[in-house]
Design a protein around this ligand. Structure first.
Ligand code: PEP
Ligand code: MN
Length: 354
C-alpha cells in the first residue's frame, strides 16, 4: 500500500499521520520520488485502519499494491518513466542504442569504437573497466585507467558512458566517470549495494540476474527506488535454463511482461542473452518488436583479439547494418532511435516528459 501525501501537507499533519500508523504497528518507509512524497507500507491497512487513516488531511490518495514491489509497479504509477541523460531521452518514444566493447582494453580500441558510433549518430557507449569475470585468471579490466579512457573517448565524440560498478567501494569512483551506472547480473540481488545506489542521482541500468524471476528483478529495482533514485533502466540479458545451446536463454517475453507490470524503461542485451555473434541481430530486432525501450550491444573493432566476450561481439560493419534495421523497425513501431532523433527543443519536450 502506498500513501501519497499532498504537496502542501504541513509537518504537523504528516507527523500525526506517522504517529497513527506507528500506533497501528505499520512499518512505513518515507520516500520522495518522481516529485511525489509518499509513505510505503509493507502490509495493507485493514478496513477499520483504512477508515481511520483516510481522515488525515495530509493524504492525497491511497493506492493498494498487492505485490512486494510497490514503487516499481504500474498500479502506483501508470505513466512510463522517462528521464534525460545529457539531453538524450530514456524511455518514452525513444529507443536508445548503447554499444561498445565488453571491456575497455586500450586507447586505440575505445577511440576507434567511439568514433564509429559517433558517425552512426549513436549517443551511448558501453565498456567495462572493472569486469566481473567467472575466473580470477581472466582479464579483470583496466580499472581506473579504463574509466579515464572511455570518458575521454565519450567526451570527444558526444557519447554518454555506461559502465559497470561491481562493488560498493567503487561507487564514488564510477560516479565520477559514468553517465549511467550498470549493475551486472551477478549483483542484482546484492541488496546493500542496491540501497547505496538508491542514494545517488545518476541513472542505474539494472541487469536481470541470470537466475532471477521477473518478480525478484522488480524487487531489486524497488530497493533502489525506495532510497529515492527513480532513474532506473531494467535490462533483460538472458537467463539460465535447461537449454545450454546458447550462453543464456533470451527471455523476450519478459519485455512486454515487465512493461505491463512496471513503469520503468526496459532494455535488452542480446549479446549476453545469446553469447553468439550471429544471434545478436535477430534478438535485438525481436526485442524492439516486443517493445524494448533500448538495446545494449557489444561491438569490437577486432573481435578475434577481444580480451573478453569476443565471440558475441559484432564487427563494426555488422553493427552498422543492424542499426539500419533497428531504425526501420523502430519507425514502424512509431518510435525513434537516438540516431534518428534530432535534438530540437520541441521534440525533446514531447519525447521526454520529466
Ligand atoms: C556486461 O554487460 O559486460 C556484463 C558483464 O553483463 P552481465 O552482468 O549481464 O553478465
Ligand atoms: Mn561482456
Amino acid at each position: 500500500m502506498i500513501i501519497s501525501l499532498k504537496p502542501d501537507a504541513s509537518d504537523h499533519e504528516k507527523e500525526k499521520l506517522f504517529e497513527q500508523l506507528h500506533l497501528l504497528e505499520h512499518n512505513c518507509f518515507y520516500t520522495g520520488i518522481y516529485g511525489q512524497q509518499s509513505l510505503v507500507l509493507s502490509k495493507s491497512l485493514n478496513a477499520d485502519e483504512l477508515k481511520a487513516i483516510s481522515a488525515s488531511p495530509a493524504i492525497l490518495k491511497i493506492t493498494p499494491v498487492n505485490k512486494e514491489y510497490k514503487l516499481a509497479s504500474r498500479t502506483w504509477k501508470d505513466s512510463p518513466t522517462t528521464f534525460s541523460v545529457k539531453g538524450q531521452c530514456i524511455g518514452g518514444k525513444a529507443i536508445n542504442i548503447i554499444a561498445g566493447p565488453c571491456s575497455v582494453e586500450n586507447e586505440s580500441q575505445i577511440f576507434q569504437t567511439a568514433e564509429y558510433l559517433h558517425k552512426l549518430g549513436i549517443k551511448f557507449i558501453r565498456g567495462g573497466a572493472y569486469k566481473p569475470r567467472t575466473s580470477p585468471y581472466s582479464f579483470q579490466g583496466l580499472g581506473k585507467e579504463g574509466l579515464r579512457l572511455i570518458r575521454k573517448a565519450a567526451d570527444e565524440f558526444d557519447l554518454r558512458v555506461v559502465t559497470e560498478v561491481i562493488d560498493s567501494s567503487l561507487i564514488d569512483e564510477i560516479y565520477e566517470y559514468a553517465d549511467i551506472l550498470q549493475v551486472g547480473s551477478r549483483n542484482m540481488q546484492n541488496f546493500f549495494f542496491l540501497k547505496q545506489l538508491g542514494k545517488i542521482d545518476k541513472p542505474i541500468l539494472l541487469k536481470r540476474g541470470m537466475a532471477s524471476k521477473v518478480e525478484e528483478w522488480l524487487n531489486a529495482a524497488e530497493y533502489i527506488l525506495s532510497e529515492g533514485n527513480g532513474k532506473i533502466i531494467l535490462c533483460e540479458r538472458g537467463i539460465k535454463t535447461f537449454d545450454n545451446s546458447m550462453r543464456n536463454t533470451m527471455d523476450i517475453g519478459a519485455i512486454p511482461l515487465v512493461k505491463h507490470l512496471s513503469h520503468l524503461p526496459v532494455f535488452a542485451d542480446p549479446s549476453h542473452g545469446t553469447g553468439r555473434r550471429n544471434m545478436v541481430g535477430p534478438m535485438a530486432l525481436a526485442a524492439i518488436a516486443a517493445g524494448a525501450d533500448g538495446i545494449m550491444i557489444e561491438i569490437h573493432p577486432n573481435p578475434e583479439k577481444a580480451l573478453s566476450d569476443g565471440t558475441q561481439s559484432l564487427y563494426l560493419e555488422q553493427f552498422k547494418d543492424l542499426v539500419e534495421k533497428m531504425d526501420k523497425l523502430a519507425a514502424l513501431s512509431g518510435r525513434l532511435t537516438d540516431n534518428q532523433v534530432k535534438i530540437v527543443t520541441t521534440q525533446k519536450t514531447e519525447l521526454c516528459v520529466e
